[in-house]
Design a protein around this ligand. Sequence first.
Ligand code: SF4
Length: 223
Amino acid sequence: MKIKRQINSFLNQQKELFGNELFTYSLNKSTKKKTLLNRESYALEKYENSINLCQECSLGKTRNNFVFGSGDYNADLMLIGDVPGVNEDSQGVPFMGREGKLLDRILSAIGKNRRSDVYLANILKCYIPQNRNPLFSEISKCESYLFKQIEFINPKVILAFGRISGKVLLNMDLPLEKLRENVHDFKGIPLRVTYHPASLLRNPDFKKETWKDFKWANTFLKN
Ligand code: SF4
């Protein structure tokens, strides 16, 4: 009876803290991850709320939604694109539409999904009308938001999608094929540049190489 009372008291205490979600305290990896998740999610959401009305460049006036990022706040793998597209702008979430579906399929092939295994973000947080390339002035005003996000997520590995993402993160103005040749270092985090999912829709031939990069990231995380 004493044990039953202790269990009831523990569960009531948990309910007060976390509502109906049950957290256990065994020292396994997933529990530690959940505890961290709460702390990280609160800090990152707070940060998002502090910047989501940004008007630092003219894109703030034309966006429909600020596209901050989405996924697992405690992810080991972070995926970084360049600019939100029209679908992202309308939904406020990165990598939507056909390119998002393709990305979901690639992730599924390595046993991951966008909600619980990876974190997705872009260099810029606002859509660019007519899909032109971002200006240096826009990137320089926005990039610090991404750098802060990376600090919060603190992934074990980063995949950067496309030449612009690689150029901003690595400060290297090289063709994508050259950037893809090596594993780079972003503030101590291994980073590989690969093709953007949108470019895979235009050039299916790039899928094979992209697949190699995702497999590399997955193998890296398993070792
Ligand atoms: S693109 Fe970045 S810097 Fe420009 S308004 Fe949007 S959030 Fe601000």
